[in-house]
Design a protein around this ligand. Structure first.
Ligand code: CA
Ligand code: CA
Length: 186
């Protein structure tokens, strides 16, 4: 602070307020840049933002719509790095330790797809006995608390929290017509 004041005196006409406040503004802007890459309440990993819900939406349509309303889609886990990061967020208690829905569904039995763009599910982290389509009724994938957050297929209407995802700096893909008909047709 004393150095700044000396600078002001040397610079003559510069106002004290402007010179003294400049370093503060700069610090705030720099700090803000990092956290503003994702919106408040969203976590950043690589070039995506993730929202771990605290509430539990009953019914798959509700969580699809909720993610879309938040500007994202139900999380699409494309590789082991992304999967490990999500699991570490839960196990390190940065978010609530509980079951979380992801965007994997087999509307057509055994044909696992991501609801965001209906692309095939390639990387998987199923628990060794899953997916088992228990009682012929399990068509939605989730991070299973009982399996150390390996994946399990479960009845889609179960009351779990969910994870939304959104790419940094762009909007999510539009809600697909195919998905709409898949959801409403049931
Ligand atoms: Ca199934
Ligand atoms: Ca299952």
């Amino acid at each position: 602070m004393q150095e700044n004041l000396r600078d002001v005196e040397q610079d003559g006409k510069n106002s004290k307020t402007a010179v003294i406040s400049f370093p503060l503004t700069k610090t705030l802007a720099r700090g803000g840049e990092k956290s503003s890459r994702c919106r408040a309440g969203w976590k950043e990993f690589k070039d995506h933002c993730y929202f771990f819900s605290t509430d539990k939406k009953r019914g798959k349509r509700q969580r699809f719509v909720e993610c879309r309303n938040l500007g994202g889609y139900l999380t699409q886990v494309t590789d082991s790095a992304e999967n490990s990061w999500i699991v570490s967020m839960i196990t390190s208690k940065k978010v609530i330790q509980q079951n979380y829905w992801m965007g994997a569904n087999d509307f057509k039995e055994g044909d696992w797809r991501w609801v965001n763009d209906l692309s095939k599910v390639h990387f998987t982290s199923w628990q060794s006995s899953q997916p088992d389509n228990s009682r012929g009724k399990e068509d939605c994938g989730h991070f299973a608390q009982g399996y150390n957050y390996q994946w399990n297929d479960q009845q889609c209407n179960d009351n779990f929290a969910f994870i939304c995802e959104s790419p940094l700096g762009s909007n999510c893909l539009p809600y697909s017509r195919l998905l709409k008909s898949a959801v409403s047709g049931k």
